[in-house]
Design a binder for this molecule. Sequence first.
Ligand code: IPE
Ligand code: IPE
Ligand code: MG
Length: 257
Amino acid sequence: MLNFFSSKKSNQNYTNEGNIDLKNIPKHIAIIMDGNGRWAKERRLPRTMGHKAGVEAIREIVKECSNIGVKYLTLYAFSTENWVRPKDEVSALMSLLMEYLKKEFRELDSNNVVINHIGDISKLPQVCQQELINAYENTKHNTGLVLNLALNYGGRDELVRAFKLMHEDIIKGKINENDINDNTLSNYLDTKGMPDPDIIIRPSGEQRLSNFLLWQCAYSEFWYSNIKWPDFKKENLHKAIYDYQNRDRRFGGVKQS
Ligand code: IPE
Ligand code: IPE
Ligand code: MG
């Protein structure tokens, strides 16, 4: 199989076309993969063709993130609200995502990628759940990029699930409610143990979160673009990272001069 990553664990052969600072790569990049439907509409194609092109666009971005040393890449693939779409569109989307996993599994694994998921996958079709669990179980010991596929993910749903789990632990006496702080809650989220996203990228022109990583994005930088997700390439990722690297993140403090 063709190995499209530059090397398993380092980025020393990497050519930096976008002039980004390879020493200041965001640890966690999160992307709302939006615009598949409009991409298809512009081409007079059915929406599912947009989703097919959208799933294909994932490959290049995962590869690039791995090559430049991003540690976490979270891709919003299906929200808790997307179930209201026509049944055919939902099942086509699920099939395309599972095909992606099957097709790319060996390559991702051999390039040290952990294939993780976030969201309530118990509501997904059984075969999808199994595919996601297997992908995680077989890659969890890898040490490279952690690819989080957000499926049936909603920030509010994640918080509700977290509160329920935390409540159970209070009743069992595992935690004391007086000790609850920001970190306690973070530890009940699907992103437990991961750093918050440094940058949230949304292509397609929309400038909203659509229920993505509500707790985790407290200090994330936002980056929007009119490009539809199926057209989103390595160069666009570089532009987002370049802009991110030129922002001033103050976290409530004052700029050091
Ligand atoms: C993103 O593309 C994929 C999902 C939300 C599942 P859309 O299907 O939302 O594309 P637009 O927004 O209609 O163009
Ligand atoms: C957000 O896109 C969800 C995903 C990309 C998976 P949507 O297309 O569902 O968001 P809205 O409806 O435009 O807010
Ligand atoms: Mg959309």
